[in-house]
Design a binder for this molecule. Sequence first.
Ligand code: FAD
Length: 140
Amino acid sequence: MLIRILYVSRAVGPQTTALTGSILTASLEHNKLHGITGVLCQGQGFFLQVLEGDRSAVNRLYGRILADKRHQDVEILLMEEITERSFGNWSMAHVHLSDMDPMVTLKLPEFAPYSATGAQAMALITELLASGHPITRPVL
Ligand code: FAD
């Protein structure tokens, strides 16, 4: 059974390139091995991440992510069963919230991750992927 989860969290410390690099390196290897795909957005002190895959695999990974001391206040915004993936082409695409196009800001003014609905957060991520500068690594 396939599921999708989307969570928000607050970074502990600065969101440096080294931090992103270490998260993405771990993600690409692990996610490919376990059939997990998704997107990691970061910026303004937040992480927003979508994980899609087999329910057990996503739950196991979410447990590890929850225990990761590099972020805190991890809160699920959306969890749903899916029949197909929205971000199935990438082990883990990466996009900066600062890449937000002015048009996206207009469409989604004052996006506040902890009070957004799951649908609003999904819309933001989809817009960011379309209009920002995502770094994507295909699932091979
Ligand atoms: P270990 O590598 O043994 O690490 C144990 C703990 O040490 C971690 O929980 C963390 O607190 C700390 N740690 C690990 N590496 C570093 C480092 N380089 N610098 C400082 N502290 C460190 N992993 C995935 O596989 N897929 C994902 O999609 C994914 N997304 C993530 C998204 C976010 C926002 C964060 C913060 C982490 C993400 N991770 C992801 C990493 C994940 O939390 C685990 O660190 C990783 O899966 C390795 O798990 P492990 O049990 O082997 O932990």
